[in-house]
Ligand binder design. Sequence first.
Ligand SMILES: NC(=O)c1ccc[n+]([C@@H]2O[C@H](COP(=O)([O-])OP(=O)(O)OC[C@H]3O[C@@H](n4cnc5c(N)ncnc54)[C@H](OP(=O)(O)O)[C@@H]3O)[C@@H](O)[C@H]2O)c1
Length: 248
Amino acid sequence: MSTVIVFGAAGELGQAVSNTFFNAGFNVSLVGRNSKKLIDVKNQLVPDNSAQVDFYETDICYPEEVEQLFKQAQATFGKIEYVVNCAGKAVKGSILEVPFEEARQVIDTNTLGSLNIIKSAAKYLNSGGHIINVASSVTHNPMPMHSIYGMSKCAQIYLSEVAALELSERNIQVNSISPGIIESNPLIAWLETEQGKAFASKIPKHSIRSAKAISELILSIIQIREPSFTGNVISPDGGFRYFSNQAK
Ligand SMILES: NC(=O)c1ccc[n+]([C@@H]2O[C@H](COP(=O)([O-])OP(=O)(O)OC[C@H]3O[C@@H](n4cnc5c(N)ncnc54)[C@H](OP(=O)(O)O)[C@@H]3O)[C@@H](O)[C@H]2O)c1
């Protein structure tokens, strides 16, 4: 039975990924900063197969915490094959407005947190392993009010691409997925407003997807066994990336 570590497992997408992989028969390690939320996620996974679930309260900003959870997960499951990083933090505001400390937290989480995950994953994954980092479609197109978030995710993508090159010798694949708008996004409420409706009418039909749909795509990416399929950015955004710079 294969094992996946899901970072940000208590979040909207992380929960869906945990659920999708568990239902597909994977052992799942749930990771987040709040044990109570992780226990809730664990309790919602219906055990109709023999897959196992555990959880780790871990802050990805601290490399020693990330390293420790990989060590424990390996001790529990014997082998870790897959890592899906759905942990993330966003901040919205103009470059002039965003407080420096908030910007630092976003970069610490999205960029350096991803670095911590890749570094540990590289130690624990074996040939055939696969890391997927969740980025965002904002990386394709400069979007006002999203400078810090966008730059943290652009850096995360670059990191994933270099990791793909550096780990290819060991047959470990690293890919990024850049969703458009996930149904839980606060932007959805704005799209209902008078100002938002004009924008909503312009965005392509499949820009808004459920967390479940994205999680199923992530599973199918993991299931591609072709070793050349690495260093990619997959963009399930319905073409939103071509429109996103019109958002305010
Ligand atoms: N929602 C969208 O429309 C959308 C679109 C494109 C891309 N994305 C990206 O997709 C990913 C998942 O999005 P989402 O909507 O599921 O977000 P979410 O519901 O806010 O979940 C993010 C999760 O990340 C965890 N997290 C944050 N900082 C962490 C840290 N330092 N250490 C460990 N865990 C941490 C949080 O868990 P705790 O607080 O419990 O630690 C939270 O559960 C994010 O990277 C996001 O940027 C989202």
